[in-house]
Design a protein around this ligand. Structure first.
Ligand SMILES: Nc1ncnc2c1ncn2[C@@H]1O[C@H](COP(=O)(O)OP(=O)(O)OP(=O)(O)O)[C@@H](O)[C@H]1O
Ligand SMILES: [Mg+2]
Length: 387
């Protein structure tokens, strides 16, 4: 038995809709040792009923992963299970065709057929999909679904006579009418304006819950990923950086890439780091020594060269400098370089030891450019990241 198979067997296929094991995909015909992999050895589960998001910058392999799950691409290595059935296994040359998989895909372009009426677009998977039906119930069900997605009264329009947001809902209605176990969604909201996008992401999530369908969603928009997902899978250059709940990703990033990609973060290069005398990690930076209570789970730091100190702008304390009081531990003096009033907060860039530090604070303090200030990096909110 290969290592891949042992690993796959140790994961629960009864509570997972999708189990992906060591998936690799190269688009090059002759995959040699130096081949570039669009997806490079990724493994993850999508638990039943959950909303799981693949998040990462352009070109990191999100669409490739989704297309492999859909069966529209053949992976080079690895294995994919759905509902307990192996739908792809590179070693055994097993590949279940897309239309035989319990999925429906909403591609980025919605995939609406312009030569069809709205109702015929919606009813398509019932007429041609895995579970075919006939007769008047098809039209009736499609009409009901159109009503549920807010397209009542539009059934007999041409699909091209819908707005972008309406086409998006039609694509969703059509996908749901195929009774899929898993919905695959590739940046379905990216062509919409910001307001509609925010509204539709709520709707999408409530449809997903209402229909009890599992969702694997792709986006490069971190706010969208945090707002919608039960679990986020952060990808970078074909690999997985971190799999976590949104709050954990934000509060406990495992790498400087994740910290930087999710929200905004101050990242200071570390010369060397060692275990603090009372727990945590003492990191030597250009600012001075910084005590960090947060470290990546499972990582015990005795002595390390390099890495980063990471602190969110809202976790940096700031007060005007006081000539009489010397800075305490984890406090550093600096000068306000810029101050922007953003309504709910004041955003400062403070320069300290030649490092720009972004600070988000409640407005109202006298913190104009040129002021000398003391910054406090609370150890509890400061992370040491080894890479
Ligand atoms: N059909 C193809 N042939 C060759 N290379 C491809 C093909 N499709 C994608 N790639 C390459 O594979 C890598 C991953 O592409 P992919 O489309 O999966 O990225 P993505 O994360 O979806 O990016 P985006 O956010 O821009 O949609 C990229 O380097 C891309 O150029
Ligand atoms: Mg893509």
């Amino acid at each position: 038995m290969t290592e891949t198979m042992v690993e796959a067997m140790n994961r629960d296929t009864t509570t997972n809709s999708i189990v992906i094991t060591q998936l690799r995909k190269s688009y090059e015909k002759s995959a040699d040792a130096d081949a570039a992999y669009a997806v490079d050895n990724i493994s993850f589960d999508v638990p039943k009923g959950q909303f799981v998001t693949l998040l990462g910058p352009s070109g990191c392999g999100k669409t490739t992963t989704l297309r492999c799950v859909a069966g529209l691409e053949h992976a080079t290595e690895g294995r994919i299970e759905m509902g307990g059935e192996v739908v792809f296994d590179a070693a055994r040359k097993r590949h279940v065709r897309p239309e035989e998989r319990p999925i429906a895909m909403v591609p980025q372009s919605y995939g609406i057929w312009p030569h069809m009426k709205v109702i015929d677009n919606a009813a398509f998977p019932m007429r041609h999909g895995r579970n075919r039906r006939r007769g008047p119930e098809v039209r009736q069900r499609a009409l009901e679904m159109l009503e549920q997605v807010g397209l009542a009264g539009m059934a007999d329009r041409w699909a091209t006579q819908l707005s972008g947001g309406q086409q998006q809902r039609l694509a969703l209605a059509r996908a749901l009418l195929g009774d899929p176990e898993v919905l695959l969604l590739d940046e379905p909201l990216s062509n919409l304006d910001a307001k509609l996008r925010a509204k539709l992401r709520q709707e999408l999530r409530s449809f997903q819950e209402q229909f009890g369908v599992t969702a694997l969603y792709v986006t490069h928009d971190q706010a969208e990923a945090l707002a919608m997902s039960d679990t986020v899978i952060v990808m970078n250059k074909g690999r997985i950086e971190q799999i976590d709940r949104p709050e954990r990703l934000y509060d406990h990033p495992r790498s400087s890439f994740v910290a930087d990609f999710i929200g905004s973060a101050n990242l200071f290069p570390v010369r060397d780091a060692s275990a603090g005398t009372r727990g945590g990690v003492l990191a030597r930076t250009d600012l001075g020594p910084v005590l960090c209570s947060r470290t990546a789970p499972g990582e015990e730091v005795r002595h390390h060269n390099g890495g980063f100190v990471c602190v969110r702008p809202e976790d940096v304390g700031v007060r005007p400098a006081d000539a009489d009081a010397a800075p305490a531990d984890n406090e550093f003096t600096g000068v306000v370089e810029s101050a922007e009033f953003l309504g709910d907060r004041l955003e400062l860039v403070v320069r300290s030891a030649n490092l720009p530090i972004t600070v988000s604070t409640r407005a109202g303090q006298d913190l104009r450019p040129g002021r000398e200030v003391v910054l406090r990096l609370s150890p509890a909110a400061t992370s040491y990241l080894a890479n």
